[in-house]
Design a protein around this ligand. Structure first.
Ligand code: TRP
Length: 339
């Protein structure tokens, strides 16, 4: 998107979202968030980022980290993030994020950050590296969002508390200095599946799960996808029907519905009198077909580093300009001497 387009689209509502470029992107990320990111581009002024600054709150192996960033960027383009319609940049390339994050740190209370459940979970999981960044992570996330005066932020349940804190920080800052930041709302899409683990279907599908059979990666080969669905945990009822105590089948139905657009009643009818084996095969095949074009586009993009660079540089330049306006406003209000 050009700066001019960015300006002429100012009447459209602004959406901001970001994803951490760590590890494999799963079918859960794809159906739960990314497919929605693509759709939102039609009606909103979308600003998307790869949150590499957030990612280093947990130790990353440098070569792998860099490869993951390229992979995530290429994969999101392959999914349909369109830099002609939206901005899609790498967070660390836009210096205003770290700058505003520092400022917002000073308007965020120790007590508030201590109550964040993600901080509690992550510091338990990485008890050898409970760094200050892990603690102040939500202030950086608030900076990401507030820099663009975002109206709406699509987030999953795990980020709701951080968004709530972002709203509190914005309101506090505005309360002291007048209207500087737009107070953003969460955006819970009408569609979008919550994809659960294929092995423990009461748990969310996660790329950090130790059991690789529990998740499908968007880049998994077709035969691997089929194998993982065939091994998916179900129940002993052998009846494709949505219901309580049928987490495994409910999850497979959710995935099948998200991919094919079929309703649960249609799915129940389609598999009436058929066993789970047939159903799992059908879900696997539908997912393979859904991901095939994404995988094909990915294999083109990942080879073309020059094209990737062109895309993220163009977006970062525009993002820098837009976000600088907000940063300047905040800096002036605080009482810093302007450069
Ligand atoms: N913290 C988010 C996650 O781990 C990623 C993220 C960073 C984000 N900045 C954001 C999401 C701003 C929404 C808005 O999923």
């Amino acid at each position: 998107m050009s700066e001019q387009t960015a300006q002429s689209q100012e009447r459209k509502k602004v959406i901001f979202s970001a994803i951490q470029p760590t590890g494999t992107i799963t079918l859960g990320n794809y159906l739960g968030a990314l497919k929605n990111w693509i759709k939102l581009q039609e009606d909103f002024n979308c600003i998307y980022a790869l949150a590499d600054l957030h990612a280093i709150t947990v130790r990353q192996e440098p070569a792998k980290f860099r490869a993951n960033i390229y992979e995530a960027y290429a994969l999101l383009l392959a999914c349909g993030v369109d830099v002609e319609k939206s901005l899609f940049f790498i967070q660390s390339h836009v210096s205003t994020h770290a700058q505003l994050a520092w400022i917002l740190n000073c308007y965020t209370q120790f007590g508030e950050l201590s109550r964040m459940t993600q901080f509690k979970d992550k510091s338990a999981k990485h008890s050898d590296n409970i760094n200050a960044g892990l603690f102040t992570y939500p202030a950086l996330m608030a900076a990401d969002i507030l820099l663009y005066q975002a109206d709406l932020v699509p987030v999953g349940a795990d980020q709701k508390q951080h968004l709530e804190l972002t709203r509190n920080i914005a309101e506090r800052f505005n309360g002291i200095y007048g209207n500087v930041f737009k107070v953003p709302d969460g955006y819970i899409p009408k569609t979008g599946a919550r994809v659960m683990s294929l092995q423990e279907p009461a748990k969310k599908m996660s790329k950090s799960d130790e059991n690789i059979n529990s998740y499908v990666a968007v880049l998994d080969k077709p035969e691997v996808i089929m194998k993982k669905f065939k091994r998916a945990v179900t129940d002993s009822e052998a009846c494709v029907k949505y219901g309580e105590g049928k987490d495994g089948i409910n999850n497979l139905m959710g995935i099948y519905s998200a991919v094919t657009g079929k309703t649960y009643e249609e799915i129940e009818k389609e598999f009436e009198g058929k066993g789970y084996g047939d159903f799992k095969t059908a879900v696997g095949e539908a997912v393979v077909e859904e991901l095939r074009p994404v995988q094909e586009r990915f294999s083109q993009f990942i080879k073309d580093k020059a094209y990737l660079k062109e895309c993220y540089e163009k977006s970062a330049q525009i993002a820098e300009k837009i976000s600088q306006r907000t940063l300047d406003k905040a800096v002036k209000k605080i009482g810093f001497v302007l450069k």
